[in-house]
Design a binder for this molecule. Sequence first.
Ligand code: FES
Length: 108
Amino acid sequence: MPIVKFVLPDGTEQPIDVPVGWSLMEAARREGIEGIVAECGGGAICGTCHVHVDPEHFSAIAAPDMSESALLQIVPDPSPTSRLSCQIIMTDSLAGMSVRIPVEQLML
Ligand code: FES
């Protein structure tokens, strides 16, 4: 099963198994990753699953739709590799990806 590494704002790394076909958010919630709140349950309307994707894997993720793109304009601490983890569907090509959780996510 592919592994994705979540990096907390303090640098703590938490690698988790993410089944192919699952969203990153679903796997993070299952594993209790701090900072992935996912208030809307994956509907791309809350922004509480925001992550910064490592640059090496960013282009391997399907492009965001209009809803996600709009929400990414207003999330706290946006970056050029910001994505909603509920919209990142795991594939084998994303194995080894690293995502950083913005510090604001821990204040929700
Ligand atoms: S869970 Fe709400 S936007 Fe991702």
